[in-house]
Each structure stands twice: as structure tokens, then as C-alpha cells.
Design a protein around this ligand. Sequence first.
Ligand code: PFF
Length: 456
Amino acid sequence: MQVSTSHEKWSSRLTFIMAAVGSSVGLGNVWKFPYEAGVSGGGAFVLIYIACILVVGLPILIAELTLGKQGQMSPPNTMRTLAQREGRSSLWQSVGWLGVLAAFMILSFYSVIGGWALAYVPKFISGDLITTNPDVVTTEFNTLLASPVQMLAWHGLFMVLTIFVVARGIHAGIEKAVDILMPALFFILLALVIYAAIAGDFGRAWSFLFAADFSKITPDVVLNALGQAFFSISVGLGAMMTYGAYLPKDVKIPRAATIIVFADTMVALLAGLAIFPIVFANGLDPASGPGLVFVTLPLAFAGVPLGGFFGTMFFVLIVFAAITSSISLLEPVVSWAEEHKGVKRSLSAIVAGFLIWLLGLLSVFSFNLWGDVHLLEMFERFETATLFDLMDFTTSNIFLPLGGMAMVIFASWIMSRETTETDLGLSPALYKSWLFLARFVAPIALLMIFAYNIFG
Ligand code: PFF
């Protein structure tokens, strides 16, 4: 097979960091983190989450970016090249393939939820959603879910936007998009937090998020936090490996990774500080689950002054965050195709994007036509799981932890110490800490999530 390695490189360290922060900051931060924290009792979850990010997430992110920077290709080809270099089996490239498969599957449902957020922008602008009547908001959301045509259209639009950015390449596409979207996202988020502090019950939200009640810490909370940390910083499938492949040699990964992880955590916490003050001020339930952002929040915005405007901004924020992540899910696939002679980036982005959109039909129909299809109903745990639930479960709970474990093991046990030591450029003490976390702590933690998800 003809393989070419000449990918574009990031224009600067800053654009790389913006793109990587863009990948990690997404629906995971602004939709999932607040509701997970909400249902898991707030502060206890937040504390464990931060610990997981530092002890497990950061070492894996460093490992994944290092693999990419060393291999300089798409995940399957990076893993194959590095395994060859270390004299190991070419089977290691299956880690890259697993990543590509996971990226396909995650993007197929990620884009459906991104589509909901897109749909909410005009709904807010038109005023349809600005009501304090819970029945109206619930019906509005349920009507969207019940309509395959509407959902398909919004999911399609979301995919078109993603394809458009990726097709234009690293400089003209991804960098341009993150240059505009990331600062915008930051300012909108800040404005929303300030607004929530003025219009909402900030004190209660603060203590809900930061006062840890240790009695609430159960194995479930720990494992949820670990899984969420993993998804939130985009590790385990090769998105970061692909972004790492476009790094110039002189960028030091540990610093960049620390900035990425810090920014990701800040955004998750700020999203909590934007949502919960308004939820509490309206006496609504912080533990409403996945509907927190799509049902509870519109009600909450309707109850505060200028809620329509800020509500619209909130959904624009979600869309921006989701797009800078979805492009990083399409990029590994396109980058792989680009390495094979004759496949133009724009063509592969369109073809892959279309196939992903098609796969997304499974998720779309899970909310309506196939709502009663429960493929694994013979297992108690999956009795009511739809195809959407199964795809989410398989990717987030099995493929990502498995991929992350393979990557961190490869970087810390198989790659030569000289390579990682020189490449990371850490002080001896910090290098040893990374090695310890990467060799022992991260794989054990991942094994735990993995075992729990399968047998728990
Ligand atoms: N980190 C993204 C989020 O929090 O929404 C989701 C994601 C993007 C996961 C890219 C994995 C990935 F490779």
C-alpha cells in the first residue's frame, strides 16, 4: 500500500493548542458534565473528576500526543510505523483501526445531539422555547425527538458543517475554524457565567459544585467520573494522536497537554456555573439527567430577565463547542485516506462524512421509529437500551478505555525510554512521575472502568 506522510503542520503552537482544546471542549463539557455532576450529587463528583483528570487523563493525553508526534501519520499508520520501529508486531496498528471505528461511531451520534443544539437556536430566537410552562418545553423537545425528518435534517446540517471545515484542510479549515470559534466560545461562556451570577442563585450553585459531601462517593460515582474524564479530554481513539501528528518537532508535549486539560476542566466547571445558578433560582431539579440542558435549562432561562437572548447564546455556545470536537473526530479518518495516493481530502471528507451521517440514522431512529428495538434485551442491564444507547456504551465504555490503555502501554512500556525521555523534555523527577502514572496507575484505572462496564 502506498503511504505518504506529508501532512500539513500546525502554523504555531498556539493554533495547535486551540485545536486540541477545541477537540476536548465539546458536548462532554457543556451538556454531559453538568448533568452527570447533577445526578451524581455535585461536589463529590467534581472532586473525583478532577483527580481522575490529573492522575489518569493527563498521563494518557501526554502518551497519545507523543505517539502522534513520533509517528506523524493517521492512527493506523502511526501505530504500524512505531511498532515496526520498536521491532514489535504490526498487529499494534489495530489500535489505530479501533480508533477509526470508534471515531465513526461516536461522530454518528455526536452529530445527532449537535443537531439538537442547532435546532434549539432558531427555536430560541423565535421565542417558541421561552416559556415557564414545563409542558410546553417538554413537548417541544419530545416533538423534535419524535420527528425523524427534523432530526435527520439537523443531524445532516451538523455533518455538512463538519465536512466543510475538514475538507478545507488543516490551515484553511481546522485552524480557521478554531481561530474564530474558540475565542467566541470563551467570551460567550464568560458572559453566561457573569449573567448567571447576576440573575441566578450563584451561591447555591457554587456550593453544589464545590462542597463535597463524601458520603456521596460510591464506586459508581468514581467510575462515572473516570469515564467522563476520559471522554471529555478526547483520549483513546486517536483524535489527539492525529492532532499530535501535525506538530512541529520543537513543541513540548507535557506543557501543551497540561494547558489542554486545564482549559477543558475550566470550561466544564464554568458550564456548571452558567447552568446551575439559573436552575436553582427557578427551583428546578439539578438531577434531571440528559434533559438538563434541553428541557430544564430553557425553563430556567424563561424565568430570568433577558433569558431569551442568553438562552440563544447558550445553544450557540454548545454548537460551537460541538463543531470544534466533531472536526477532530472526522480528521483521523480523512488523514488516513489522505495518506493513500489518489484520495483527495475533500472527497474523503465528503464520503466519510456521508457514511457517518448514514450510520447516524440508527441513532435518529432510536428516538422514534425504532424506540422499541432493544437488541440486547436478553441482558438485564441492556433491557431498555436503544441502538443509540448501545453505540454510546460500546464506544465510550469499551473502545475508548481499551484504546487508551493500549496507547498508554505502548508509550510507557514499549517505546524506548530514550525516545520518550528526550521527546517529553521533562525534569528527571517529573519524567519518573509520568512513567509511573502511565505504566501502572492509568492502565489499572482503565482496567477497572473496563471490568466494571462489562461485568459491573
Ligand atoms: N471531548 C469531546 C467532548 O467532550 O465533547 C468528545 C470527543 C471528541 C471524544 C473527540 C473523543 C474524541 F476523540
